[in-house]
Unconditional design. Sequence first.
Length: 213
Amino acid sequence: MRLRNKPWAEEFINEHPDVILPNPEQCKGNWATVFGNDHPIHIEVGTGKGQFVLGMALQNPDINYIGIELYDSVIVSALERIVEANKPANLRLLKVNGAKLQEYFAKGDVSRVYLNFSDPWPKARHAKRRLTHEGFLSIYESVLMDQGEIHFKTDNRGLFEYSLVSMNAYGMALNYVSLDLHANMPKDNVMTEYEEKFSAKGQPIYRLECQFK
Ligand SMILES: C[S@@+](CC[C@H](N)C(=O)[O-])C[C@H]1O[C@@H](n2cnc3c(N)ncnc32)[C@H](O)[C@@H]1O
């Protein structure tokens, strides 16, 4: 747990249970009560400092967003942003492991999964840790509604190539692929922190949308 540099993180997190939900397992199958509506739920696994999920929540008030991040020291930066933005009603954070989504979501609770600039884990022996490994795809499938989607952006060519093969082998439909997202920047693209950093260095941004059949 990377808490050493931010000793105040735990206290700040505990002060905002309306944003970082303290007992997320109680929300499973019950998210309409949490948000007070039955709008679609989009989650981002590995949300980092929250720029994407906050931007999406502000841009799309009729969609509920949940940012999922493992580390206190990282998620606390997302929390700071969200507090500064007056806590949009359609946004929550979970400080949990994306490998355990089934503890917090029932089948059909989620209608889209976003993966942005996921850790590449380049060594073959670490392939199971990649968020687009078949083990993770099966976890996403078990919480997504039928024909639910994954939207994935990365600067990492190796991870992108791996993910295309992994999703194809899983039997998913590829609905969109871009090898240079910023060459034709969609009007509604919300940049992540990593996207800003890598595109500023001139690196192409890869993006795909795929769907369970
Ligand atoms: C490279 S950063 C990208 C952050 C952000 N999505 C962006 O694009 O700027 C990856 C983030 O995913 C988080 N992460 C990695 N594996 C995770 C998992 N299994 N569950 C939740 N978060 C995870 C890491 O802690 C890290 O903050």
